[in-house]
Structure formats: structure tokens, C-alpha cells
Design a protein around this ligand. Structure first.
Ligand code: ATP
Ligand code: MG
Ligand code: ZN
Length: 511
């Protein structure tokens, strides 16, 4: 019996567990058995491997071939093992040398012609391969992604026959050049806050959201700049560090999306349409793919026209909002994807858009308004720290108002300084503080505490609001570089909870 071992990688969430491909050749009736893969994947893979071997000028051994993909209990998707299976068969039948296979891992699909084809999720495979001190063989269209992982040796091969020539040392393939250093994110040419006229209160709210990582809801009539403001938040965030950039790119790689090298350090900004399904938002499928919540990891998930999303669709966001990841259940166990995003939502106050607008009359019935708000559930709103009105401003076009608007770059500088203070004090941003950490890092003196108690009574605030307010006040103090929270900070925090403190707002929005 002859055995050959080749190496490949599975994909599970954003990890890439090792898969050993053991090929046995024995005498007996010619047969080709593939074990350790799901049924349909096996059938298709056998067909591709056989054709690719034949069309590359090799012989398909007419012996009893058994290929085992180990470990058997690991859920596997078919196409990415094609190349490793073909190499195993060629080595076991003595058509290529066996020894070099120990130094490589192969992750590529084979076309019937013997060409290599790219697969999704090469980036996690490249990192795992580098940690295992092996080199990675990929199709040419996966090279850019694979070389983004620092220190990995990547061997691109266009065809099975060229690759085999390289392994037999009859021809030389060129190793891929390492990717150039990551470009730092550049604000030039990006949407800038300076383009938004007026709306100082909303801009200040964006700055606080950026500084403390708080979720934010912008609420108001049509055409006031809500969408404009929301799309500018991404550029107020810090560039990603290397590890974050890797995670974001790995998730995109698994989803079959490619992050352009210039985008590498830019926090992702995802704006799914309101017709999106729950799986589109949080991920799913028989071979689980990450959803928008994961594609927005370390960046922003923007839900424009919030009540237009299905309520069930919005409810699935509660898990990632709470714990920063999503768990997808499937037949062979569960798969986790990270999903630590900052939520930005925008909505009108009613279906026609003008409810509560003094300058326009709303045509909706109270029942329509109530129904519109009920589409956004209390538990979701409860996870949105900042909820502000973006009202119509009469004079925003006038020249005096447009003079000297602050740029995103300068607002970002303040937000980043405030973030640095949070990291130095508590090792995380304020949005992620637990209740006990909050009492440690955001203590109040007696008069400030009395002020807060009074505000609670006056506005009849929900006790759950307490910690949200304290987090916001902590961030506002950090932006002002004040070690202690003062009454001013709390007052501003209260103003950022407009849905609770402004009685004129529709009752349906309270919770
Ligand atoms: N404050 C502003 N400064 C500059 N332009 C503005 C401002 N507000 C609105 N505009 C202009 O109006 C357009 C619509 O703004 P935007 O889409 O942000 O409004 P919106 O509040 O999201 O409205 P809707 O509720 O209908 O979605 C913008 O493309 C811009 O041209
Ligand atoms: Mg809009
Ligand atoms: Zn209306």
C-alpha cells in the first residue's frame, strides 16, 4: 500500500483548521473513493480532480484510490481541497516527488482543464499556514489576499502542470512578492463634515459617538442631512491597527469580497438596504458566510430608514450589539463570526416625515405614527446610547452660517485624543465599560449626584437609562479632558437622550 500526505486548510468562522489529505493506492479493482467530505461535494470534487489530472498530461492511476480528508468531524466545503487531493494522487502514483508536499499547503479549486481557481477565505488559511511554517500554494487570483498576511510564503500557480513542474524541479515558478506596507488612511477626497452646513448639535453628537464608540440614532424630517451626517462618522474613527485590519480583511475574504490595499486601514462602513433579510444582516447559509454585521466589524453599520427594516430582521442584531459576535447554528455545530460594530441609524418621525416639525404639517394619523415607531423594538433602542433630533434649520444656506466649518480631520483629532484617555485609564472605550467598571471610572461627587437624581425624577427616566447617561457623560468629560464628571457633562448627556427627555416626542418612541 502506498500512502501520500498533502496539506490543506478548512474554514470555520474566521479560523482555518488544518486538513490532512491522506491518499492510499492499493491493488484491486480501479476505484476512486473520497471520504471525509459531504456527499455532493465529493462527487463534484472527484470529477474535477480526475479531469484536471488527465488534461495536465498525467495518468489517472487505474488502481484502488482512497482519499481521506482528516479530521473527519470537521465540517468541510468541497472545492478548496481539489488541488491538495490531486497532488496527493500524483505523489502516491509516483508522478511527482512525495517529499516537497510536506513543506506546502494547497488551497485552490481545479478547473477541468487543470487551471487553478481562487476560493473564498484564503486569508485565514494564509495566516494559519504561516504559523505552521509551511508555504501556501494558491491560484493567481488569490495572491493579493494571501500576501497581505505578513511573513507567509506564497507560491502562485496558474495550472496543475506548471505546479508539478516546479515540484519536480523541471521548471521554476516565481514566489509572490510580499505586499507593500499598509497605506495609512487618507481623508482627502472622502466625504467631510465641513460639507454639512449648520447642524452643530448633530455634529457634536457624532464627535461624542466617535470618541466613546457609542451607537447613535438620528431622528428627523426629510432632507435635514441625516444620511449625510451618518456617512461621515466613519472618517472620524481611528485607522485600524494591524490586527484589526487583518480581522476585517479576513471576514471580507470569507464573504468573497476583497478589500482594496488602499482601504486596508480604513474602518469598514456597511449600509445594507432596508429590504435585507436577517441572514444578510447577521450571516447564515449551509456553509456559513458572514453578514453585514460582521462585514462592519471594527467599523460602522449604518441602517438608514430604520423602521423600514423588518422588525424580526432588527431583532437579530441584538446578539451582536450585546456581545460583539454572531453565532450561526448549522447541522454540524455552530460557527462564530466577530461582529463588533458601531451602529448608526437614521429615521423619520413618521411615514410622511413631518411629525413634530413646526414648519410643516404631518398627514399621518396617530395610529400610523405609533405603528411606524413600533417597528423599532424597545430592546434595540435600548442599545443606542445617543438618540438625537436632526431638525430643519431655516437659515442653513445663508453665507454667515457656511463660513469656516470645521473639517472631519480636526474633529477626528479631538475624538482620538479622548479615546487615548479612555485606553490609558481603563484599557477600553467607554461604550464597552461594564456597570462595575463604570462606577470605578466615572464616580460622581455629591452635588453632581444630586443633580442627576433630580433629572431622573423630572424626566421620569427609566433606570436602565442611568448607565447609558453615565457612559455618555464620561465620554463628554474625556473630550473636554476633565478627569471628573461635572454637571455640564451630565446636562449634555441628557440632551443626547432626546427620545426620553423631550416630552413632545411621540410616546411610541419611549421605552
Ligand atoms: N445640513 C446640510 N448641509 C448641506 N447640505 C444639506 C444639509 N442637509 C441637507 N442637505 C442637502 O440635502 C440632501 C439630502 O440630505 P440627506 O439625504 O442627508 O437628508 P436626510 O435627512 O437623510 O433625508 P431623508 O429623511 O429623506 O432620508 C443632501 O444630499 C444635501 O445636498
Ligand atoms: Mg436619509
Ligand atoms: Zn407624518
Amino acid at each position: 500500500m502506498i500512502v501520500a500526505i498533502a496539506h490543506s486548510r478548512a474554514q470555520l468562522g474566521i479560523s482555518a483548521p488544518a486538513v490532512r489529505i491522506e491518499t492510499h493506492l492499493t491493488n484491486g479493482l480501479p476505484a476512486f473513493n473520497l471520504v471525509g467530505l459531504p456527499e455532493t461535494a465529493v462527487r463534484e470534487s472527484k470529477e474535477r480532480v480526475r479531469s484536471a489530472i488527465l488534461s495536465s498530461g498525467f495518468e489517472f492511476p487505474s488502481r484502488r484510490i482512497t482519499v481521506n480528508l482528516a479530521p473527519g468531524d470537521l465540517p468541510k466545503e468541497g472545492t478548496r481541497y481539489d488541488l491538495a487531493i490531486a497532488l496527493g494522487i500524483l505523489a502516491a502514483s509516483g508522478q511527482i516527488p512525495h517529499a516537497p508536499l510536506g513543506d506546502f499547503e494547497a488551497v485552490a479549486e481545479l478547473a477541468l482543464t487543470g487551471e487553478l481557481r481562487g476560493v473564498r477565505g484564503v486569508m485565514p488559511a494564509a495566516r494559519a499556514c504561516q504559523q505552521a511554517s509551511r508555504s501556501l500554494i494558491v491560484a493567481p487570483d488569490n495572491v493579493l489576499e494571501a500576501t497581505r498576511v505578513r511573513g507567509v510564503q506564497v507560491l502562485p500557480a496558474a495550472t496543475l502542470s506548471a505546479l508539478c513542474g516546479h515540484l519536480k524541479q523541471t521548471q521554476r515558478l516565481a514566489w509572490a512578492a510580499p505586499a507593500p506596507p499598509y497605506a495609512h488612511s487618507n481623508l482627502a477626497g472622502q466625504p467631510d463634515l465641513a460639507e454639512v452646513r449648520g447642524q452643530y448639535f448633530a455634529k457634536r453628537a457624532l464627535e461624542i459617538a466617535a470618541a466613546g464608540g457609542h451607537n447613535i440614532l438620528l431622528y428627523g424630517p426629510p432632507g435635514t442631512g441625516k444620511t449625510m451626517l451618518a456617512t461621515r462618522l466613519a472618517h472620524l474613527l481611528a485607522p485600524l491597527d494591524d490586527e484589526q485590519a487583518y480581522e476585517v480583511a479576513a471576514i471580507h475574504s470569507i464573504a468573497g469580497l476583497h478589500r482594496a490595499p488602499g482601504q486596508w486601514l480604513v474602518p469598514p462602513f456597511r449600509a445594507p438596504h432596508h429590504t435585507s433579510s436577517a441572514p444578510a444582516l447577521v450571516g447564515g447559509g449551509s456553509t456559513p458566510r458572514p453578514g453585514e454585521a460582521s462585514l462592519a466589524h471594527h467599523g460602522i453599520l449604518f441602517l438608514d430608514e430604520l423602521p423600514e427594516f423588518g422588525r424580526r430582521v432588527l431583532d437579530v442584531l441584538r446578539e451582536p450589539l450585546e456581545i460583539g459576535r454572531v453565532t450561526i447554528a448549522r447541522a454540524a455545530g455552530t460557527v462564530d463570526f466577530p461582529a463588533r460594530f458601531q451602529l448608526v441609524a437614521a429615521m423619520n418621525p413618521c411615514p410622511c416625515g413631518y411629525h413634530g416639525d413646526p414648519g410643516a404639517s404631518c398627514r399621518c394619523t396617530p395610529e400610523q405614527v405609533r405603528h411606524y415607531h413600533s417597528r423599532v423594538s424597545g430592546p434595540l433602542l435600548d442599545r443606542i446610547d445617543i438618540q438625537i433630533e436632526v431638525a430643519r434649520e431655516r437659515n442653513w444656506l445663508s453665507s454667515t452660517v457656511t463660513a469656516q466649518l470645521e473639517s472631519s480631520a480636526s474633529v477626528r483629532a479631538r475624538a482620538l485624543a479622548a479615546r487615548a484617555r479612555q485606553w490609558a485609564r481603563q484599557g477600553k472605550i467607554n461604550h464597552h465599560l461594564s456597570v462595575s467598571e463604570l462606577s470605578l471610572h466615572a464616580p460622581l461627587d455629591r452635588p453632581t449626584e444630586k443633580f442627576l437624581a433630580h433629572a431622573f425624577e423630572h424626566y421620569r427616566l427609566n433606570p436602565r437609562t442611568y448607565h447609558r447617561l453615565m457612559k455618555l457623560a464620561r465620554t463628554i468629560a474625556d473630550v473636554a479632558d476633565c478627569p471628573a464628571i461635572a454637571q455640564d457633562h451630565l446636562s449634555e448627556a441628557l440632551a443626547l437622550r432626546r427620545l426620553e427627555v423631550a416630552p413632545a416626542w411621540p410616546a411610541g418612541m419611549k421605552h
